[in-house]
Design a protein around this ligand. Structure first.
Ligand SMILES: *Cc1c(COP(=O)(O)O)cnc(C)c1O
Length: 472
């Protein structure tokens, strides 16, 4: 490195304040009244280290921040560390079960149940009648059995855990026969073949990607076979020439060979999605009716409850699962249990579509959504005069009903001159609460379907704070 560059570097380095001096800046002195001292010192040191690093890498401007600028960076980092980072987001994407945005929002009753169970002691594992130790599953077991038509049921941490547990308990060291078209990956790396390997079950694939017949399953049954399994193709759709046997046909085979029939429904639903103009998603009741020995499904997909994995089926199998060592490792916590109980009760009372947010969203008629979008447009007339109302589609998401859409009406904001829809998205993500819309054809789209009632006002405020042309 030439001498003049070295000396320039040294000059810039010398120009940086020390930690003590930085902490004397007024903004950090103010912050020190509420923030822990060690956190301030540590963050100041880290920020200075990073700045030196950037100067060394030749980043112009790294040294120009000045004392105030550096202090500002430290303050922002400290504030970020101290604030809750998991927070409410306004989902205006129209994707009802948005996995990245937390899937199903809970009903008011489910929320209240969580607050009650979590904010005090509870009868989680305490039998109030006898005063003796009870089972945490007692709170949902009979409800779930009644609703699904199964003899018994349990719930674990999520559906991935449910599948893992069923395979471990019943197929370890044995064979599981599955259609080639169902050896699938479901979101975040949950791959059926990998899960099988993990549990020590041997996957026996039968049929082809698009067509598998009952005799393919039957032909693969050996003395080593533990079960026939069906995995619902939750996040993709095969169209054209396809074939797969009915669960009833598989049930005939499993009875004949005295092996298990396991149905991983994925989303699983207790209500008929066809009521809302969607394809009929197989219901849990139908699977049980058709002869599945065990059915697994999620708590936070179409059920509309908390993250959970539900297993419904034959009494003797559920009893075995309850005793399994994994039952303890994968058990549901009290908050999820409380929310699940309240959610299941909505179904029992026949009020699921009125009380459970994901069903309310699915049930909203297009006229209603059009009016809502119209009200938003009127309210934003001054800030966003170019806003229009257009027809569009909402989706179910969350690995449920792939390719299925519901007709909706969207508020479309044109992209400001010289800007991009993605920039506008970034500004909206920085709002409190953050707003997430959908970018399409250089417009930012907002679907009223997934915006919860109490969030409408905040959405509008966020949009008003983000005018298309920045006032001078
Ligand atoms: C979503 C899904 C799972 C995983 O369920 P989680 O509740 O997300 O753990 C498993 N199997 C199928 C078929 C699914 O659709």
């Amino acid at each position: 490195m030439p001498d003049n560059e070295t000396s320039e570097l040294n000059r810039l380095m010398r120009g940086l304040p020390g930690v003590e001096k930085l902490l004397q800046v007024q903004s950090l002195r103010d912050l020190s009244k509420t923030a822990p001292h060690e956190l301030l010192v540590e963050t100041a040191r880290q920020t200075l280290d990073e700045t030196r690093q950037r100067i060394r890498q030749g980043s112009a401007g790294a040294a120009d921040l000045g004392l105030e600028g550096l202090a500002g960076q430290v303050a922002r980092k400290v504030e970020q560390t101290l604030e809750t980072n998991l927070r409410e987001v306004i989902n205006a994407t129209g994707v009802i079960l948005h996995t990245n945005l937390g899937r199903a929002p809970l009903s008011r009753e489910a929320l209240a149940a969580v607050t009650e169970a979590a904010g005090s002691y509870s009868n989680l594992e305490y039998d109030l009648e006898s005063g003796e130790r009870g089972s945490r599953l007692s709170h949902i077991e009979s409800l779930l059995a009644r609703l699904s038509g199964a003899e018994a049921a349990i719930a674990v941490n999520n559906n991935a855990a449910a599948v893992l547990m069923v395979l471990t308990a019943f197929a370890q060291g044995k064979e599981v026969v599955l259609s080639r078209g169902q050896a699938v990956e479901i979101g975040g790396g949950f791959r059926i073949p990998d899960v099988m390997r993990q549990t020590g079950a041997k996957l026996v694939e039968v049929g082809t990607t698009n067509k598998t017949y009952a005799q393919d399953y039957e032909g693969a049954v050996t003395p080593e076979t533990a079960m026939l399994m069906r995995v619902h193709s939750s996040n993709f759709k095969i169209i054209g020439f396809t074939a797969s046997p009915k669960l009833e046909e598989l049930s005939v085979i499993t009875r004949r060979h005295n092996i298990l029939l396991v149905d991983d429904l994925g989303s699983g639903t207790l209500l008929d999605t066809a009521r809302y103009g969607l394809t009929h998603e197989p219901t849990v009741q139908e699977s049980i009716q058709a002869g599945a020995d065990l059915v697994t499904f999620s708590g936070d997909k179409l059920l509309g409850g908390p993250q959970a994995g539900l297993i419904a089926g034959g009494k003797e199998y559920i009893a075995e699962l309850k005793k399994h060592p994994l039952a303890r490792a994968l058990r549901l916590d009290k908050m999820a249990l409380a929310a699940l109980q309240a959610t299941l009760q909505h179904y029992l009372r026949g009020e699921a579509d009125r009380k459970i947010p994901v069903w309310q969203m699915m049930a909203r008629p297009p006229e209603d959504l059009r009016e809502q979008a119209g009200r938003w447009q009127t309210r934003l007339a001054a800030t966003w005069p170019g806003a229009t109302i257009i027809e569009g589609e909402s989706t179910i998401g969350g690995g449920s009903l792939p390719g299925e859409t519901l007709p909706t009406w969207l508020l479309a904001l044109p992209v400001p001159l010289g800007g991009s829809a993605n920039q506008l998205q970034a500004v909206l993500r920085a709002q409190r609460p953050p707003v997430v819309g959908r970018v399409e054809r250089d417009c930012l789209l907002f679907d009223p379907r997934t915006v919860l009632d109490f969030q409408g006002e905040n959405l509008l405020t966020a949009l008003e704070r983000t005018p298309p042309v920045k006032p001078e």
